[in-house]
Design a protein around this ligand. Sequence first.
Ligand code: HEC
Length: 150
Amino acid sequence: MRAILVLLLLLTACNAPPPFQPASTLEEIMHGMVIPNAEVVWDSTGTIFTVGKTEEIQPRSEDGWIKVEAAATTLAEAGNALMMEGRAKDKTGWYERCRALIEAAVSVRKAAKARDVDALFTQGGVLFEACQACHFAYRFEADPKTIRTH
Ligand code: HEC
């Protein structure tokens, strides 16, 4: 009898949901984790054209590259944070868009680890598409007056 009780207790413990504790609103996650790190990625490459000169932007030091890698890591894990119970808006399209964010961020990090400026620029674009895909489905529809910058 006691053995059965212990077994039951163990089974209940296994079925218990993970002890996540959502501590931030979606807006706080966007402002605290997603936006600043996406900006690190987007600001890391590009071309600035001014009269008579063009300037190529790219990470120019080991620290600069590592900063991009770290930003991509936070973005990827923000994708997991967005999927948490109590935060996810559904278990279908929302999960899919979170996975797209994770995949894009992992590709950004891969490009940064390879010190590949062109790939970093391209994957930055894929990252932007991942943001937009979720916003079009879950943000702009909810508030059509939102300014659609990113
Ligand atoms: C899985 C869905 C999802 C992904 C992916 C996502 N967002 Fe969001 N984002 C939202 C939702 C939902 C809101 C609206 C939150 C609210 O106001 O409650 C939002 C809001 C925002 C806002 C507006 C915040 C404000 O002050 O109202 C910005 C800016 C933003 N996201 C940037 C980004 C960027 C940059 C990325 C990609 C690197 C991204 N988001 C990826 C769902 C997502």
